[in-house]
Design a protein around this ligand. Structure first.
Ligand SMILES: Cc1cc2nc3c(=O)[nH]c(=O)nc-3n(C[C@H](O)[C@H](O)[C@H](O)COP(=O)(O)OP(=O)(O)OC[C@H]3O[C@@H](n4cnc5c(N)ncnc54)[C@H](O)[C@@H]3O)c2cc1C
Length: 370
């Protein structure tokens, strides 16, 4: 429990409410995790800044929780405070294409509204769960697009300098599923500014499942529908009635390796699974700016290491029955069950192919290595 006088100080801040019943199982899409020391809901950016400043001064650990869709938190009593950002104002200028959204806005609502207004640039990021504030944290991406392509500025509360300021996106060092906010918590995103296109068309499409004709641009609403339909087929759109979506999305990032390791992996696949399988192994340049390294497919490696969709077939935690990259809670799972499954998958892929899978979600109070 938090010190009583600190709790009084926090709940006296204008725009702050205590959520006494909240557990991490309630706050996350994996629906596992125990109880924080306190859960504080902030209805204004200024309230969030005051709360975080007070927690920092008191030396109390905390985590900002958005939609909880990229979080794996330990069972039992969790030794930190959950700070939830509920402010969610959004403005869209259809003349200039500038979109501003506060951290607590639901990301997919922002995408839906921008598409409705004919603004292009985030249609491929349709259906990603969570809030606006978390989108820069891991430079969210899907179907060949990343938020880094349209993110102009971010309003941050910088904990070190105690300042609330707009900074250019370049300050975040955005890369594949990475920013310098992820795992560091050095600053809190209060608001973002995006520059979208105003012609009603998507950004040039690159992803094979979306186009036969790379580089083409299509009406944004059409692309959003196609993305949502592809995502639903993989259990990648939240649906409370479908346990395949009780997940953190992709549980492991796609391994980025040098070409020598990619060759070695392919040779191991050839030796154990034959030429046809080895020849179909996905190998892509790590990114347009990093052509020296290659990105392998974590889902493909998991599957070829012997972990089929739904593995192990029954139990409280299994792989999704629609996608090998999602670890899912079948209803009664604990965080420990998810971690056990993650270890089995990580170890199996390492043993089969010599590739080290790295988890994508942020882990609190748990570690993949015992
Ligand atoms: C079904 C499913 C599909 C998914 N598909 C994708 C996908 O296609 N692409 C993709 O990139 N991700 C995907 N994800 C992962 C996840 O949805 C994204 O990473 C999302 O941006 C997380 O948002 P959130 O609000 O839920 O963040 P949370 O899970 O609440 O938080 C994640 C991390 O961000 C930090 N954080 C949250 N808000 C802030 C803030 N305002 N300021 C500073 N730090 C903050 C948290 O402290 C934590 O460290 C998927 C997840 C699920 C469950």
């Amino acid at each position: 429990m938090l010190d009583k006088s600190l709790m009084q100080q926090l709940t006296a801040i204008d725009g702050v409410e205590l959520d006494p019943a909240a557990t991490f199982a309630d706050l996350t899409t994996l629906r596992v995790g125990g109880k924080p020391q306190a859960a504080l809901r902030c209805s204004q950016p200024e309230a969030a800044v005051d709360v975080i400043r007070a927690l920092d001064r008191a030396g109390v650990k905390f985590i900002v929780v958005g939609g909880g869709s990229n979080l794996l938190v330990a069972d039992g009593a969790v030794d930190l405070v959950a700070v939830i950002l509920d402010f969610d104002e959004v403005s869209m200028d259809t003349e200039t294409g500038v979109v501003r959204a506060q951290a607590g806005a639901v990301w997919d609502d922002v995408v839906a509204r921008s598409v409705q207004l004919g603004l292009g640039g985030i249609e491929c990021l349709s259906g990603i769960p969570g809030t606006v504030g978390a989108v820069p944290v891991q430079n969210v991406g899907a179907y060949g697009a990343e938020i880094s392509e349209v993110l102009i500025r971010v309003r941050l509360y910088n904990r070190r300098t105690d300042s609330d300021e707009w900074v250019p996106a370049s300050d975040l060092e955005l890369a594949y599923r990475y920013s310098n906010l992820k795992f560091t918590g050095r600053a809190v995103v209060l608001e973002v500014e995006l520059q979208l296109d105003t012609e009603g068309l998507s950004r040039p499409l690159r992803f094979g499942q979306l186009t036969q004709n790379p580089g083409e641009r299509r009406p944004v609403a059409e692309v959003r529908e196609q993305v949502l339909s592809l995502r639903r087929g993989k259990g990648m759109v939240l649906d409370p009635t479908d346990h395949d979506t009780w997940s953190a999305g992709s549980f492991f990032t796609n391994p980025v390796v040098d070409s020598a390791l990619a060759d070695a992996v392919q040779a191991k696949v050839r030796a154990s699974l034959g030429d046809a399988t080895a020849d179909s192994m996905p190998r892509h340049p790590a990114s347009p700016s990093d052509t020296d390294r290659e990105k392998l497919s974590a889902a493909w490696l998991i599957d070829r290491a012997g972990f089929a969709k739904g593995y192990p077939g029954s139990g409280r935690a299994t792989l999704s029955t629609k996608h090998t990259l999602a670890l899912t809670n079948r209803g009664e799972a604990t965080a420990a069950d998810i971690v056990d499954l993650a270890r089995t998958i990580r170890d199996g892929v390492r043993e089969a192919f010599g590739v080290e899978l790295v988890p994508e979600p942020v882990w609190i109070g748990l570690a993949l290595d015992e």
